[in-house]
Design a binder for this molecule. Structure first.
Ligand code: DAH
Length: 342
């Protein structure tokens, strides 16, 4: 056997420079495997002359312990280095995930969809029209005379603002779609027209210069105010999900005759009287009436053959009533603290 110190150094270096567990195994086998150098010495002790046996045996065992200890140490080093390397790309799957932010429909869109759902269930089609209208559809065809105040207030100043030419304007209601639709479709018909409209308003809690309207029109051979009341009652009950009291008051609109305002019992106070209904217990929710003969004539229909009702209402106001919102400007402010409540 070689000088044991020299041998220890040699084997020690061999172990130190092992790169992985496989190389360590090879070193182990070389010395301590079945046919390893040290194993063979230990096995051959019985043939070793008696006087040397104790010394050789002792040295071989010390050497065996040395190798085992070195290999064990090196193994731990290799494992530790591996763990550090793994740490670099390590993902802690126990950390709670980050909740993704999911958006949702704007309360006005939700309201619009509710309107559509209810009227569609009663056979109405949902129709759209252009936001940029012209004077013919917005006024003339609807029997709104040139001197009518609705012509001057909003449209002219906004037309100038948006440089709209040739009698074009931002529509002040969705009623023009009555005309556009009847020009192309023969009655009987039932439509609703939701859409954005524009007015020359100074904004406050109840007024916006743009908001959403919904127009309704039903035309047939014999359509009466009784039909209007029945359809509207069904709509109101379904929209507010309770029985709603309503009343009609006579009024004037150029495109209907007779015309009326529709009031509902104040949803906020239940008709007792509050600040929203100004103590009256009633709230004006829409304009309506029986289609004026001139409107039928303007689309080439004989008013003697056809009857119909029309109505128009602000969707914002319905949303405000339903969700008890006291300022229309919340809908357009883009404030997430408001929007996330719906
Ligand atoms: N166009 C009206 C407005 O802008 C609303 C309206 C009233 C529509 C009566 C109608 C109606 O169809 O019959 O306020």
């Amino acid at each position: 056997m070689k000088n044991s110190n020299l041998l220890k150094k040699e084997v020690g270096n061999e172990i130190k420079s092992a790169k992985d567990l496989r190389e360590l195994d090879q070193i182990f086998n070389k010395y301590l495997g079945k046919k390893g150098e040290i194993t063979l010495i230990l096995k051959g002790l019985k043939d070793t002359p008696k006087e040397e046996r104790a010394k050789v045996g002792k040295e071989a065992n010390l050497f065996k312990n040395f190798i085992e200890k070195e290999i064990k140490g090196k193994k731990e080093n290799i494992r530790f280095a591996g763990a550090v390397a793994e740490d670099a790309g390590w993902i802690d799957i126990t950390i709670p995930g980050r909740k993704p932010f999911i958006g949702h429909l704007h309360p006005l869109t939700q309201t619009k969809r509710k309107f559509e759902e209810i009227f569609q269930s009663m056979g109405f089609s949902v129709i759209e029209g252009p936001e940029i209208e012209n004077e013919f559809y917005n006024f003339e065809a609807l029997n709104i005379p040139v001197h009518h105040p609705a012509r001057s207030t909003f449209c002219l100043s906004l037309c100038r603002t948006f440089y709209l030419k040739g009698g074009n304007l931002l529509r002040s209601h969705t009623s023009p779609v009555q005309i556009r639709y009847m020009e192309k479709h023969h009655p009987p018909l039932r439509i609703i027209v939701p859409g954005r409209i524009f007015r020359n308003e100074a904004t406050d809690a109840k007024h916006e210069f743009n908001f959403y309207h919904i127009e309704g029109l039903m035309v047939d051979k014999s359509v009466s105010i009784a039909n209007f009341k029945a359809i509207l009652q069904e709509f109101l009950n379904k929209f507010f999900q309770k029985t709603i009291k309503m009343r009609l008051r006579p009024t004037y609109f150029p495109f209907t005759e007779p015309s009326f305002e529709v009031d509902i019992e104040c949803v906020i106070c239940g008709g007792k009287g509050c600040s929203t209904c100004l103590g009256s217990g009633w709230i004006e929710m829409m304009g309506a009436g029986m289609v004026h003969p001139n409107v039928f004539k303007n689309v080439g229909l004989n008013p003697k053959d056809w009857q119909g009702f029309a109505f128009g209402m602000g969707m914002d106001r319905f949303a405000m009533m339903k969700y008890k919102i006291n300022d229309i400007r919340f809908f357009y402010a883009g404030d997430l603290r408001f929007l996330r409540q719906f």
